[in-house]
Design a binder for this molecule. Structure first.
Ligand code: PMP
Length: 448
């Protein structure tokens, strides 16, 4: 449907426009290549479209300004880390206060008590611990799960993403075996030794695999978000709960992205009942921090081991974890953002985005599709996929890169890894309509 020569020509024109309009970013990128590996402080930053990444200067609410003075509507929001909107005044005040009164002591601060109570209220799990990142939190819950069950392996969904957690860099091979995810670098052991992989939305496969009796926990997002949004079919998650319970497998829900479904994530929105839950990214309003929760039963079983003298070298912790600055940031964030009233603004914006994009798709009779979960929406160049493998097969990196560069050149930032748009209460209808217009123009340019 898309003429690839035309796409290549259009892309080249967008590349030139990008380079011409970003001279300061170009200069910084050239300088950065001297001492920063790949010219960036973190490898993923090489994934931005354009000849070099945009260097950002300031960000506030739903917008940021780059070092060339250009302003953007931010639909990436730090790939969820800034889902609250940037630079919340309450968080800034709390961080400033903590920065001047002591950050790290390895002692608990009073804010931690409030934070755990609020997490319990939102997600329905009674007991909580903190981590620095969602990756850390996932690593920790997997350790607890193996410890509690005495079983060696974990199960994950095909094409999942849960951070840089070794056990999760696994996909299903052609014959149903566990193989390393393409591009996974330097795993310490063959991932087939640690991990079983099942397709999302496939209860039979899950039941059969868990019946083998070697799985400690199933770690999953309630809707896949990292290979694009793949929603659970009706009744799927209730059946996952029943199957995991029947096989003595702990069910861990990773709400780091699906927090977009509401103040207590999909767990609260859909009435889910996990044994453990992980949440990270936006809960600190941009400050690195994450949390993980336990059901009453799991908390009780872990109470004694957590008091053992060797707990500091047991494999769960982090010296700066639970520091007073991070916890103060969570308190300020959860008391001023990510609340019912915030989602009441952000979710209709995502609905408007989905309607706008769907309108363009229908107008041009494209076999494309837009999916939404809470305040997150995403378009696909195919009909809705049912699982991660379908989604991975449908990915079109050339077209993604073009759409992203086209949007950047017109003042809109999308998440680089897929076509995701995330909305905060600080976005406006006009921001959404700008995207719809820019998306429509891109499609018209492509179709010629
Ligand atoms: N869980 C999920 C569902 C994620 O999408 C991510 C990151 N994209 C993580 C965990 C890891 O978060 P972090 O990189 O902040 O550790």
């Amino acid at each position: 449907m898309i003429d690839r020569n035309r796409l290549a020509q259009l892309h080249q024109a967008e590349e030139s426009r990008f380079v011409e309009s970003h001279p300061r970013s170009a200069a910084l990128a050239a300088e950065a290549r001297e001492h920063l590996m790949a010219g960036v402080p973190m490898p993923w930053m090489t994934r931005w479209p354009g000849a070099f990444p945009i260097f950002f200067d300031t960000a506030s609410g739903a917008r940021f300004t780059d070092v060339d003075g250009l302003e953007y509507v931010d639909l990436c929001l730090g790939d969820t880390g800034a889902m609250t909107g940037h630079a919340l005044p309450q968080v800034a005040a709390a961080i400033t206060e903590r920065a001047t009164t002591g950050i790290t002591t390895m002692l608990p601060s009073g804010d931690a008590v409030w934070v755990a109570g609020e997490l319990a209220r939102r997600f329905g799990l009674p007991s909580w611990q903190m981590a620095m990142t969602a990756t850390d939190a996932n690593r920790f819950v997997l350790r607890f799960a193996r410890y509690l069950t005495g079983r060696p392996k974990v199960a994950v969904m095909d094409w999942c993403y849960h951070g840089t957690v070794d056990e999760t860099f696994a996909i299903l091979g052609k014959d149903g075996q566990t193989i390393a995810r393409p591009g996974s670098m330097g795993p310490q052991v063959d991932v087939a030794l640690t991990t079983a992989v099942v397709p999302f939305n496939d209860l039979g496969a899950l039941d059969r695999r868990l019946a083998e009796g070697d799985i400690a926990a199933l770690l999953m997002e309630p809707a896949l978000t990292n290979i694009g949004i793949v929603l659970p079919e009706d009744g799927y998650l209730d059946a996952v709960r029943e199957i995991t319970r029947r096989h003595g497998v702990l069910w861990i829900i990773d709400e780091t992205h699906t927090l977009c479904a509401g103040p207590g994530g999909a767990t609260a929105a859909w009435g889910l009942d996990p044994d453990m839950l992980v949440v990270g990214k936006p809960i600190g309003g941009g400050v690195p921090v994450a949390a993980y929760g336990f059901s009453a039963e799991i908390a009780e079983r872990l109470a004694e081991p957590l008091h053992r003298p060797e707990i500091d070298t047991a494999g769960v912790g982090g010296t700066l974890t639970g520091n007073a600055l991070a916890i103060a940031a969570v308190r300020a964030t959860l008391s001023s953002a990510l609340r019912e009233e915030d989602f009441a603004v952000a979710i209709p914006l995502a609905e408007r985005f989905a309607e706008g994009v769907a309108g363009v798709i229908e107008k041009h009779r494209l076999p494309w599709h837009v999916q939404r979960l809470g305040c997150r929406a995403e378009y696909w160049f195919c009909p809705p996929p049912r699982n991660g493998a379908d989604a991975a097969d449908a990915s079109d990196e050339e077209l993604d890169a073009f759409m992203h560069l086209w949007a950047i050149n017109r003042g809109i930032l999308l998440t680089p890894f897929h076509n995701m748009a995330l909305f905060s209460p600080h976005h406006t209808d006009a921001d959404v309509d700008l995207h719809t217009q820019v998306f429509g123009e891109a499609v018209e340019a492509l179709l010629g």
